[in-house]
Design a protein around this ligand. Structure first.
Ligand code: PLP
Length: 439
C-alpha cells in the first residue's frame, strides 16, 4: 500500500528531474568546481583567464602522477613491460583524441608540443607545395601563432609568396566572408583561419570557408583551422567541418601544457616532408640517407611528450565524464551570455566581438573609457580576480580595431554566474576608484 502511494510521487519527481535542466533556467551549473582545487580554496582567485590556460581537475593531475610513479618509460622502443605499458597508454590517448574530434583514422592524429608547434610544422612543411606568386590567406583576428609561422615561410622559405588579410564584417565582430571570397584566387594555396577567436569570441563558419576555397582557390589549396579556442568548448567533428588540418592545445582544455594536436587529412600528411628529424620518425637510417616512418610517427621525432599526451587523454576522459562537449557548450553559451549582459551594463565599458550574445563564446575582451586596461587588471588582481590585459597575441586585430590593448575575462566549465557577478562588482569598484581620483 505504502509502495502504491509512493509510486506516483516518485514518478512526478523523476519527471521533474528530467525537465529541471530545461526549466532550471538560465544557468543550471555543471557543478564541477569542486574538481578543481586551485580555484576552490577560500583564498582562490576568481579565475577568468581560461582562454590563456585552463585549470586542471584533480582527476587529470592524479592520473598523470600515477602514470609517472607506476608506468614511466620510453615508448615504442622497449621490449620490457614498462615500455609496452607506457606505449599502450600513449597510443590510447591518441585513440581518445581520434574519437573526440571524429577523425577518420588515428593515423592523421599527431601529438605536437602545442598548437604553435602544429602551425609551425604546417608552415614549414607546406612550403614545398608553394611556388613564387602563390598566396596565403589569413584573417586580421589570427593569434600570432597563426601569423608568424606563415610570415617566416614568406621571409625564409625560399619562395616568394604573398600573405593576404581577410577583414572583419562591418560590426567588427566576425569574419567578412564576402571579403574572403574576393581575396581567394587560383593562386591561393593556403587558407589558415581561426575557428573561435581568442579575443572576439566569434566562431567562424568552416563550411562557408571550405566552400569559398572549393569554388575559387587552387585545387591544391589547403584549409587550416586553428581550433585552440573551439576544441575546449564545443563538439568538434573535423570531417564535418570540411577542413584539411585542425590544431589545438591540451592546456586550454583541462590537460597539461607541452602537448597539442595536429590533425590532418591522411593523404595530405603523407605527402608532406617530415618536420623534425631524429629517433622514432624513421623507418631505416643508413650513412647514405633515411626513410621515414608511416603516419603519425613520421611527425613525432624523438622522445615524444609521453606523460603530457597521456594527460591530454585523461583530460578528454574528464570532459566526457562531466557530460561531454555538447553539454559543456550549452552551459558555456548561457554563461557567456550572462557575462556579456552583465559587463555590457557597466558604464564606460566597450566589449569587442559580435553584439549578438548567441554568436559569442564565453569570453569578453573589453576596454574602459579613460582607464588603461593594465590598471584595471592590476586592480582586479588585488581584489583576487584574475583577468588578462594586453593584446592577447592578436596585435594585428588590435591595430585593425584601432586599440592598443584590451582586458579579457574568459570562462570555462568551473566558472558560474557568481564569478561573473563578483568580477563585475569588483570592476565597478575599480572604475569608481579611478573616477574618484580624477584619473
Ligand atoms: C586562438 C589561439 N591560437 C593559438 C594559440 C597558441 O596556443 P599555444 O600557446 O598553446 O601553442 C592560442 C593560445 O592562446 C590561441 O588562443
Amino acid at each position: 500500500m505504502r509502495k502504491l502511494l509512493l509510486a506516483p510521487l516518485l514518478c512526478s519527481f523523476m519527471l521533474l528531474s528530467a525537465f529541471l535542466p530545461l526549466v532550471g533556467g538560465l544557468h543550471a551549473p555543471l557543478s564541477v568546481r569542486q574538481d578543481f582545487p586551485l580555484i576552490t580554496s577560500p583564498a582562490s582567485p576568481i579565475y577568468l583567464d581560461s582562454s590563456a590556460t585552463s585549470q586542471k581537475p584533480t582527476f587529470v593531475v592524479d592520473k598523470m602522477r600515477e602514470y609517472e610513479l607506476t608506468t614511466n618509460s620510453n615508448v615504442h622502443r622497449g621490449a620490457h613491460k614498462l615500455s609496452r605499458d607506457a606505449t599502450d597508454m600513449y597510443e590510447a590517448a591518441r585513440d581518445k583524441l581520434t574519437t573526440f574530434i571524429n577523425a577518420p583514422s588515428r593515423r592523421g592524429v599527431v601529438f605536437t608540443s602545442g598548437a604553435t608547434h602544429s602551425l609551425n610544422l604546417l608552415a614549414k612543411t607546406l612550403a614545398t607545395n608553394l611556388e613564387d606568386g602563390d598566396e596565403i590567406i589569413l584573417s586580421v583576428m589570427e593569434h600570432h601563432s597563426n601569423i608568424v609561422p606563415w610570415q617566416m615561410l614568406r621571409d625564409f622559405g625560399g619562395v616568394s609568396v604573398k600573405i593576404k588579410w581577410c577583414n572583419l564584417d562591418e560590426e567588427g565582430g566576425s569574419l567578412d566572408y564576402e571579403h574572403l571570397a574576393t581575396l581567394v584566387t587560383p593562386r591561393t594555396k593556403v587558407i589558415s583561419i581561426v575557428h573561435t577567436s581568442n579575443t572576439l569570441g566569434c566562431t567562424t563558419d568552416t563550411k562557408k570557408i571550405a566552400r569559398i576555397k572549393a569554388e575559387r582557390a587552387h585545387p591544391d589549396c589547403v584549409y587550416v583551422v586553428d581550433g585552440c579556442q573551439s576544441l575546449p568548448h564545443m563538439p568538434v567533428d573535423v570531417q564535418d567541418m570540411e577542413c584539411d588540418f585542425y590544431v589545438a592545445s591540451s592546456h586550454k582544455m583541462c590537460g597539461p601544457t607541452g602537448v597539442g594536436l595536429l590533425w590532418g587529412r591522411e593523404e595530405l600528411l603523407d605527402s608532406l616532408n617530415p618536420f623534425f628529424g631524429g629517433g622514432e620518425m624513421i623507418d631505416e637510417v643508413t650513412t647514405e640517407g633515411s626513410t621515414y616512418a608511416a603516419l603519425p610517427g613520421k611527425f613525432e621525432a624523438g622522445t615524444p611528450c609521453i606523460s603530457q599526451a597521456i594527460g591530454f587523454g585523461f583530460a578528454i576522459d574528464y570532459l566526457n565524464s562531466i557530460g561531454g562537449m555538447a553539454k559543456v557548450h550549452e552551459y558555456e553559451k548561457k554563461l557567456g551570455s550572462y557575462l556579456h549582459e552583465k559587463l555590457s551594463a557597466v558604464e564606460g565599458v566597450k566589449i569587442y566581438g559580435p553584439s549578438d550574445p548567441g554568436e559569442r563564446s564565453a569570453l569578453c575582451a573589453f576596454s574602459v573609457d579613460g582607464i588603461h586596461v593594465s590598471d584595471i587588471a592590476s586592480f582586479l588582481d588585488m581584489e583576487n580576480v584574475a583577468v588578462r590585459a594586453g593584446h592577447h597575441c592578436t596585435q594585428p586585430l588590435h591595430t585593425y580595431l584601432e586599440i592598443s590593448h584590451t582586458a579579457r575575462a574568459s570562462c570555462y566549465v568551473y566558472n558560474d554566474e557568481n564569478d561573473v557577478d563578483e568580477f563585475v562588482n569588483k570592476l565597478r569598484e575599480t572604475i569608481d576608484f579611478f573616477k574618484s581620483t580624477g584619473a
